[in-house]
Design a protein around this ligand. Sequence first.
Ligand code: BG6
Length: 308
Amino acid sequence: MATTAAAMAATSVVVLDRGNNTTCTINLHGATVVSWRVNNQEQLFVSKLASFDGKKAIRGGIPFVFPQFGAWSFGPQHGFARITRWHLERPPDRLHNGDVEAIFSLMDNDFTRSIWNYQFRITYRLILREKELHFHIGVYNPSKELSFTFNMLLHTYLKVPDVRRCQITGLQGCHFIDKTRENALYQEGREVVTVNEWTDRIYQHTPQEHVITNVVSGRKMRLHKYNFPDTVIWNPWVDRSREMSDFGDDEFPNMLCVEAGNVTSPVILLPGTAFEASQILQQFKCPYTIDPSSCRKKNYLTNFLQYD
Ligand code: BG6
């Protein structure tokens, strides 16, 4: 593709275009995926009141939560990665099979060290396929002495016609922390989870796959994850929607957050070591299985990460 890194550096938005009206748009503010269209159908919810001022986190799409999930005594809620401008490491490039990939990166700077005094490097590789979006993340600790711990989460806002009609699989038997009930711990008994009220739950040790039904245009969304042991389910419902200045009061029926991450047990990264995790979102109509090797491939980091 013709776009060069220099040209892109001047903009704040990067577009992966696979043809056939299938695109993915990433805002460098937080490396937030702000749009994913499959055959011209938007898959992600972004609030009509979302702020794009380069300061606040973007309300919708897929914000990147790091190094903290939730409230943080040292810095902003959900960490600084979603409110920091990322670097475009590799502009969109078409692969031999027609897929399009781009790589983003974030490393420590004066701002991040003023909050959290550690050196780190994150590489975030996105691949747009026909009906799939792949996310491969690498975190590297370049320090010779210091370890650090972190949370990480992809805060995916799915666009749905009516959240009350969505079912989420893969949570039965899992324990969850219910943030709407003073963080009490429960066990999920339902085969499929539905959302009919304010919901804010951290499901622990969830399986690698969830299917969410009745997403946009009556299709299903498969969320496949590797090295993300927790799944957060969130919808603010009526009262909490009113409390958010960047979220419309009437928007909650049209979104469902299904967030894969490392939340309840932070990751410990020793000096000189790397962590990797990945997610695949796949829109589908009829039963179809992802080849798990594309998600688990051990050495994908070596293909694109350049460590000193
Ligand atoms: C979810 C949390 O991941 O994000 C909720 O579980 C939180 O507790 C929600 O309200 C949105 O957070 P924020 O900081 O984007 O308003």
